[in-house]
Design a protein around this ligand. Sequence first.
Ligand code: BES
Ligand code: ZN
Length: 882
Amino acid sequence: MTQNSQVTYLKDYQVPDFIIETTDLDIRVGDEYTSVVARLKVRRNPASSEPSSELILQGGKGIKLQDVMMDGLILDESNYDLNGSELAIHQCPEAFELTTECLIQPQLNASLEGLYKSGGMYCTQCEAEGFRNITYYLDRPDALSVFTTRISAPKASYPILLANGNPVDQGDLENGEHYAVWHDPFPKPAYLFAMVAGDLVRQDDQFTTQSGRKVDLQIFVEAHNSHKCDHALASLKRSMLWDEQNYGREYDLDLFMIVAVDDFNMGAMENKGLNIFNSDCVLADPATSSDAMFERIEGIVAHEYFHNWSGNRVTCRDWFQLSLKEGFTVYRDAQYTADTYSAAVKRIDDVTVLRTHQFAEDASPMAHPIRPASYIEINNFYSVTVYEKGAEVVGMIHTLLGDDLFRKGSDLYFDRHDGQAVTTDDFVAAMSDASGINLDQFKYWYSQAGTPTLAVTDHYNAINNEYSLTVVQSTPATAECEVKLPFHLPLRVALLDTKGKELPLQLQGSEPVLGNNCVLNITQAQQTFIFEGIAEQPTPSLLRGFSAPVKLDYAYTEEQLLFLASKDQDGFCRWEACQRLLIEATERAMGFMSQASHYQLKDSLVTMLRTSLVDETLDPAMVAKLVQLPSEAYLAETQTIVDVDLIHTAREAIRLAIATALESELLYCYQRCHDTGVFSQTGKAIGQRALKNICLYYLNALDQALYQTMAQDQYALQANMTDVGAALHILIGHKNSELAAPLLADFYQRWQGDAQVVCQWFAMQCGASRPGLLGQVKALLDHNAFDIRNPNKVRSVVGSFIRSAINFHAVDGSGYAFVGDMILKLDGFNPMIAAGLAKPLGRFKRKTKDRQQLMVSQLQRLNQAELSKDVFEVVSKALSAS
Ligand code: BES
Ligand code: ZN
């Protein structure tokens, strides 16, 4: 068995044999070597099931062990073994002090895990297993320790020295060096450790907690970004207040710091008291960041802040429990965004991500439950399943318990487990204990992968005024589990009368009237619910608010969908009805494509879209959602055989048909929403920009000079990045690709000094929905602004290219070969990023036969190479499904 294929299993979990009570780090930053002295106060763990006197510490490849001391005495090599990535100390007493000295070279660390250099600054990323690249350690999330960190470095280049917790000492040393000492009083696992040394400027703010404590808020950035911090600081303060008001959670240190770094594998990291952010996920101003970026930043700032309780104060026992902190925290940040902005729009966005990407993952060789049972490389499980489906699972608990009991449950969870490393079972137990609701069956959501389908049929009996709903659930087999036990899930429903009014609901065999928007407990493979006193044939509004992460299969008639699209009070269901109609229209267009080129929309669909477009009383952000075409990626998700070219042409045909039928309405709506006054970021202004830009997108399907000019003018106005980006996006996707060229040149000219905007520039070009992009994409790899070591640049070029389905899936296989090349290149120094790019190659199942073959042969080619664990896991799982 090669090292690559070593599997870690949840069932093998054992408590650690040792406890590290305190961890004192002395980190001396140097140009060639950085030295790390770790002084650990260790004792045997009384809870260990098979006590051993051997202490085993993990260490990464890049560290050079200099010395090991126990209780002040230097150990010789008979007292310990150093084999590869493990340091084993023999015959340890009950309690002792272990000191190691290691040398590392952060400036050579391109994996961006552990201590590394980003531009001119040193920074860390330790989750999940990066701390072992800094020093030998018990690098597992259930080893909690109190950290004290001393950092020293040359003062001129690194005037700012930061670590977790509170500053306790600082001063100057000889030779232009200086030092700082930080102490974090909260015991934490090593994955939450962070330090930074750099030349940074600081933006300050303050927050007073509900109990009256003043907390200093500081954002550290490179000087040229100092004007981009306001939004993150405002978001942080809103999040802090929200967590107090909604979960009763107060911040617990006197200082909360955020540092922005340019080279970062992920979006951001919740290190205790010292969050580190990818610059792109924290810095914003209207000239350079779109509304979507502002919203994303607010969500990420909230997310990392919320981890202070859901993740840090209560952490994970092992990495199989990742969803304990990530699913819950994604749920919390979604609630925050829903409360702060539009709940319906946020729900639609989240459902779109889930159904487009998580459903695809569930149907792929990498399918896994939100609590996986095994992994080769944990980095591969920071997935849409663990995150987004994990959040849905928490949301279902909330729906099943109701607001009050859910809050009681979360209070109990935090109180009961404060300072502990726990499991998803502990989370569910707290919810169940606090509410008295049995969640045993519900727990299958944690152990079974796959997307359930709910097949719903109904029957109306006019004689005894009874309406029945029969629900059949089924879940396809996934690699880890063939036969699935039925899930427990909440199905939220309403029954609408002919005017669209919600009828009061009385279930046969249960006493109370359920109100008119009720939750049905689905627990069996098949269940029938009979509603009494229903005086007319109702229209069912099913899976309201998308109450469970399932595929709903109910044979809605077109008439019913049109009715729901205009009458349903539930924002999600209303939008869903529109989407279904648009999907059906696209499917019909797909049938047409092979025959005539002119495709006629049904009048009823045109009327529905028109009604939304002209209704000035509706929230413009919601109208934008209602009239938006489903993405090519989501359309692909709805097809049994995915023909990416056909999906693309059919969708373009629908776009053209809608533009043709509604030209004047679209133009009027554009003009009405095109606000040339002072830039504003109210919900209304943001919604108007979204709607206006959708109108402009439709109108430019018409290939008329007038609308091209409108887009060019909107670009020329340079009002804000939302409008500029939308105009450019539309022109880049235009049949006449010449239109965009001068604007792209102008854009680069204007913004070449801003890495964030340059990434947008790359992404727009590489993700365009126009065939024949590959040559241009390859050329951009040679652009001097491209840097393969910077994950943001890689994502904006290669990641965007993969998202352009017609190009990634080009029938000659060129897209796959290109991505294969990039994976091999990246895997040599950044396996995490390489593995992320490999996942899409594994999604060949429902593609056309020719493409399946090409994708598999690309995977086979990768499999021949020397791979990291990360890429090996993705490739080998994909190949075993081929
Ligand atoms: N803890 C993660 C960051 C992380 C992920 C570290 C994977 C190491 C490996 C952080 O809380 C997180 O989830 N960040 C997300 C953004 C969030 C809004 C979902 C990210 O980085 O994408
Ligand atoms: Zn997180």
